[in-house]
Design a protein around this ligand. Structure first.
Ligand code: ADP
Ligand code: MG
Length: 238
């Protein structure tokens, strides 16, 4: 079942058309990777899906409801940013629970969710620390934990590992794949790292200038890139 559909989605900032038109269907539980050069509109697409920006035209539907009809907080979407976006003055525990307190969730339920996320990401021993007392990898775990506590239908990851060193990136890539296997949620993952795309994706979406060049399983794109651009990005030499 498709749980996310983009129908002729367009986005302009002033006179600049950043997304000239995207059609895409994402199935329930799929791990989808967006790749493409810097500035091609990957983050903008995620922000549109998260409801942090409004589409200029077209429609985004989650579980068959147009996102414009659902307040951003109720869309069941949680985003993890490259920059972690943690609150520096709050402890890890407070960072994890803050958004839930805002929606007036029951205290016991908040504690349960924070404990579950902390256990899943192995940050239980860090709950009373502040972000500056954490390594980059630990901060990114907290950022992912914060998304998990929202219990979203859809996770959006915007280049979540690009600030980490190579060794840690490999480790976290495996962790996120395991997380996807365990939770089974739909995940959309933006990266410009070909290895991440090839190893993590059920489906890769190759973007150029706000347009989809090709969509397919990693091996499909690798073996049958539609054009030189796709080949250059993830395809085999041809
Ligand atoms: P990517 O994430 O693929 O690197 P972005 O989605 O961040 O690309 O940006 C796509 C294009 O849209 C870029 O040219 C960027 O400068 C422009 N852009 C993004 N957000 C805004 C904004 N709020 N106002 C104006 N231009 C923007
Ligand atoms: Mg970006």
């Amino acid at each position: 079942m498709a749980n996310l559909t983009l129908q002729n989605v367009k986005k302009s900032f002033g006179a600049v058309e950043v997304i000239p038109g995207v059609d895409l269907e994402i199935m329930d539980g799929e791990f989808v990777v967006f790749v493409g050069p810097s500035g091609c509109g990957k983050s903008t697409l995620l922000r549109l899906i998260a409801g942090l920006e409004d589409v200029s035209d077209g429609d985004i539907r989650i579980d068959n409801a147009s996102v414009v009809d659902v307040p951003a907080a109720d869309r069941g979407v949680a985003m993890v940013f490259q920059s972690y976006a943690l609150y520096p003055h709050m402890t890890v525990r407070e960072n994890l629970s803050f958004g839930l307190e805002n929606i007036r969730m029951d205290k016991a339920e908040i504690n349960r969710r924070v404990s579950d996320a902390a256990r899943l990401l192995q940050i239980e021993q860090l709950l009373e620390r502040r972000p500056k007392q954490l390594s980059g990898g630990q901060r990114q775990r907290v950022a992912i934990g914060r998304a998990i506590t929202r219990d979203p239908k859809i996770f959006l990851f915007d280049e979540p590992l690009s600030n980490l060193d190579a060794e840690l990136r490999v480790l976290m890539r495996v962790e996120i794949t395991k997380l996807h296997e365990r939770l089974g949620n739909t995940m959309i993952y933006v990266t410009h790292d070909q290895i991440e795309a090839m190893t993590m994706a059920d489906k890769i979406v190759v973007l150029r200038k706000g347009i989809i060049e090709q969509v397919g399983a990693p091996l499909e794109l690798y073996n049958h890139p539609r054009n030189l651009f796709v080949a250059g990005f993830i395809g085999s030499p041809r």
